[in-house]
Design a protein around this ligand. Structure first.
Ligand code: SF4
Ligand code: SF4
Length: 148
C-alpha cells in the first residue's frame, strides 16, 4: 500500500486527533502558498509574519470529512513535522516525538524528515504553539512522548 494511504488509514482510525488542536500556526510564506494554490482563506494574523487559522471547536478548517487534509500538498511545516514538536528549556532547543497511533508506523527516514521540518520551525512559532491550553497539552501527553 502506498505510504500516504497507510498513513491515512491509521489517521482515519485516530479521527485526526492532531488536526483538532486548534489548527496550525503558519508563516506568511506558508499562508501565501496555500492561497496561491486556490484554497480558502481562514487566516488570522497573530504577530509579525505569523498566522493562525480560524477553527470551529478547535478543528482545523482544512480537515476533510474523511479525516484527510484538504491542503496536503501545501500543508505547513508544523503539520509536516508532526508528531515531532520542538520546545525550549533554559534557552536550549529540544525535540520530542509524540507517540500517537502513527508513531509505530514511522521508519527512521520518515522520522528524520519530520525532525528536519521541526528544526526549521522558528522560535516565535514554538512559543506560540506551547501557549496552547493546558487541556490540549494534557491530551497530547496522553499518548506518551520521548526526546528525540
Ligand atoms: S495524531 Fe497521529 S495518528 Fe492521529 S491523525 Fe495525527 S498523525 Fe495520524
Ligand atoms: S493543515 Fe491539514 S494536516 Fe494540518 S492540521 Fe489542518 S487538516 Fe491537519
Amino acid at each position: 500500500m502506498p505510504k500516504f494511504y497507510k498513513f491515512l488509514e491509521v489517521c482515519k482510525k485516530c479521527k485526526a486527533f492532531c488536526c483538532k488542536l486548534d489548527g496550525p500556526t503558519l508563516t506568511e510564506k506558508e499562508k501565501n502558498k496555500i492561497l496561491k494554490a486556490g484554497f480558502k482563506d481562514y487566516f488570522i494574523k497573530i504577530g509579525k509574519g505569523l498566522y493562525d487559522v480560524k477553527t470551529k471547536q478547535q478543528v482545523c478548517p482544512y480537515l476533510k470529512k474523511d479525516y484527510s487534509c484538504e491542503i496536503q500538498k501545501v500543508k505547513p511545516r508544523l503539520c509536516l513535522a508532526w508528531p515531532i514538536i520542538p520546545y525550549y528549556k533554559k534557552g536550549k532547543r529540544f525535540y520530542e516525538i509524540i507517540k500517537c497511533p502513527l508513531y509505530p508506523y514511522l521508519n527512521k527516514k520518515e522520522i528524520k524528515k519530520a525532525r528536519k521540518e521541526a528544526s526549521r520551525i522558528s522560535i516565535d512559532m514554538i512559543k506560540n504553539i506551547w501557549e496552547m491550553p493546558l487541556s490540549m497539552k494534557k491530551k497530547i501527553k496522553k499518548f506518551g512522548h520521548e526526546e528525540i
